[in-house]
Write a protein of this length. Sequence first.
Length: 301
Amino acid sequence: MRQIVQCVPNISEGQKPEIVQAVVDSVRQVENVKVLDWSSDPDHNRSVITFVGDLAGVEKAAFALVKKASELIDMAVHHGAHPRMGATDVVPFIPIQGVGMEEAVQLANRLGRQIGDHLHIPVYLYENAAKTPARRNLADVRRGQYEGLPDKLLKPEGQPDYGPAQFNAKSGAVAVGARMPLVAYNVNLGTDNLEIANQIARNVRHVSGGLKAVKAMGVSLEARGIVQVSLNMVNYRETPLYRVFELIRAEARRYGVSIVGSEIIGLVPLEALVQTADYYLGLEGFQLGQVLETRLWTDEE
């Protein structure tokens, strides 16, 4: 079976297309790697890039991306609505086919060592690649963000897994991890009141007593004059998209606010969308194998 691993780096640039394009091009130049998608958000000042390939190709492409971002992005002047701690903020590896989670963890460690040794950027491992339970949750790893790194690096608990324990003012730090597929999902609200979005996020996210496998925060989309509940769905099988959408709708109704739209950032597993169609259409006994394209793919194999 062919080996396929997915990588979804997030870089701290969403306002200068020429920089984002240069970073994407650094991936495209690597053999046996294919860029599937990339998108930028100027309010978040962040871009998400998705590419796939074999283990060796993805490792080479991920390092090339981090290197190019470190050359072109200056964190000392970066501002955006999304939490971040580095020019390349996160680099997660996701096993897709013919690759196990342990191999993805080993890949994360190899990349982390390369970034630390050659680019002199502090590296923190997270999710399945975390060396301690305290660093499994990305939000815990990123706490304090870029501005908190100088103090963090002085503390024993803030020592990086790879790279120097010294503040890199230009590039910050990077989190490298291995995880299952994640759905980046945002729900936009018809109000400019950020506290409403923050309160709904608190009620929805798991850490505050909300839905399992859901991370959420409120974000202001100043260019559009609205706010957003920005979500990371870390396990769409445990908590499907429709359940989050309906809970946000119910919570927003308490404030007399409506949902004006939602969006998926990057790629999404087909199964997550079929779950949603199944729910809203009230389908009986419907299975993923009934999707025409999946049957064609299966027959090809």
